[in-house]
Design a protein around this ligand. Structure first.
Ligand code: UDP
Length: 412
């Protein structure tokens, strides 16, 4: 975080060019001192944290008073919101009246902790969604959804929609997630920051040392999946695919994840993965500690020969973007936001099954040139479409569109 804050927006000029940065400066000039509050449910773990951790300091550096608050919850609250997450991504889950009332009550209990005397509020995901009713009159309220809402459980969506409807706008990653809502819907895909500890260049020697620290052989190819231990990320499917590949090719699998503070299911999924990984010496299931986590993920992604993200549901999949930025070929589930990033066969492969993942892995492992070409194309895709500068520009344009709803064009 410190890195880009110190450097500010100028640090991006060599990558994206002066015109892109000039436009961001112009948009920001119209929003000087504007107090814009983001609210989510954790500062530890997951894609939302990754994004806000970068966007907030960069916007502040541009003179926008962007803030970030989190709601606090209890274990039962997060158990319910994780169930909501699962239901919104298509699982059939039932909620009792008691659970829903408690979910609303925890939101109410957070009121005293959050200063809502601001000019805009952006609420992220379902956890703090009911806070909408407490946002002062006249303050534009935006619901930012980071999850795969392509086929939500209808019953839960029916309930949640009553809250979402009260916002002035919603933001989704891709059009497939847009819903029937009585307000504006913006499509803004997420992004990565090339200057972050997670994404900046790392010396080869450091990458090698990191591998060895985890007992991974730096001489043999590494297939990597970085993810929270979550069933939607299908870590078991990744192991099954790897075991098929391993019969023919001497390589290793690394699964790396951390425990997100608002994901109580993670520990159980990790146990199941560990039990399976322990049966094969070339399967490494790592639970990364928070300390230096981003640096470790960066090193592992750079050490990977192939990056896998075999999700069966995915809001966006920043791990895909991160892998592509490191010019690695990515094999990923053909779901959600991943399909907005990977163009089949050009900058990665999209798969629908364990067999498909194994097949693509075997194909690539024996074609070094193809992997290199694919990696180069992947990096270009991220440079053009998924860097933080594009994300910031879209956010600022959205805020201006909300501020001047009657204007079709804003004079710069
Ligand atoms: N991540 C991390 N350490 C881990 C596991 C994941 O820093 O041990 C990061 C990962 O690099 C990515 C984010 O968490 O930046 C996950 O975002 P993604 O959109 O892939 O999935 P989400 O967790 O939001 O479903």
């Amino acid at each position: 975080m410190k890195n880009s804050t110190r450097n500010g927006i100028e640090a991006y000029v060599p990558l994206v060019g002066e015109p892109v940065v000039a436009l961001i400066r112009k948009l920001a000039a119209r929003l000087q001192g504007v107090r814009m509050l983001n609210i989510n449910s954790t500062k530890k773990g997951g894609g939302v944290v990754e994004i806000l951790g970068r966007l907030v300091p960069l916007a502040r550096g541009l003179g926008i008073d962007m803030r970030w608050e989190t709601i606090q919850g209890t274990r039962p609250f997060f158990a319910t919101t994780k169930k909501m997450h699962n239901a919104l991504q298509g699982n059939r889950v039932d909620f009792s009246e008691k659970e829903l009332r408690y979910y609303e009550q925890v939101n109410r209990d957070n009121l005293d902790r959050i200063d809502m005397d601001v000019d805009y509020v952006i609420v992220h995901d379902p956890q703090p969604c009911p806070l909408v009713q407490y946002i002062p009159e006249g303050v534009p309220k935006i619901w930012r959804c980071h999850i795969d809402l392509s086929r939500p459980d209808r019953k839960l969506w029916h309930y949640l929609r009553e809250w979402v409807k009260q916002y002035d706008a919603s933001v989704f990653h891709i059009s497939a997630f847009a819903q029937q809502l009585p307000h504006k819907q913006f499509l803004i895909p997420p992004s990565i920051d090339p200057h972050s500890v997670k994404n900046r260049p790392v010396p080869r020697k450091t990458v090698r040392t990191t591998l060895m620290r985890y007992g991974i052989d730096p001489q043999r190819p590494v297939i990597l999946q970085v993810s929270r231990y979550d069933r939607f990320k299908d870590p078991i499917g990744v192991i099954e695919a790897f075991l098929m590949v391993r019969k023919h090719y001497n390589c290793q699998l690394v699964l790396a994840g951390e425990q997100a503070a608002d994901d109580p299911e993670g520990a159980q999924v990790y146990e199941e993965v560990r039990a399976m990984a322990d049966k094969h010496p070339d399967v490494h299931a790592l639970m990364l500690s928070r300390e230096n986590n981003h640096h470790k993920v960066n090193c592992l992604q750079r050490a990977a020969t192939i990056i896998m993200q075999k999700s069966v549901k995915e809001g966006f999949g920043l791990t895909v973007t991160e892998g592509m930025w490191k010019a690695r070929p990515v094999i990923a589930g053909a779901v959600g936001g991943i399909t907005a990033q990977i163009t089949e066969g050009l900058n990665g492969y999209l798969v629908n099954s364990v067999d498909g993942a194994a097949y693509r892995c075997r194909y690539l492992l024996t074609r070094e040139k193809r992997m290199k070409e694919m990696g180069r194309a992947a990096k270009k895709t991220v440079l053009e479409r998924f860097l933080i500068t594009r994300h910031l520009r879209d956010y600022l344009a959205m805020l201006l569109a909300m501020k001047y709803p009657k204007h079709t064009a804003i004079e710069m």
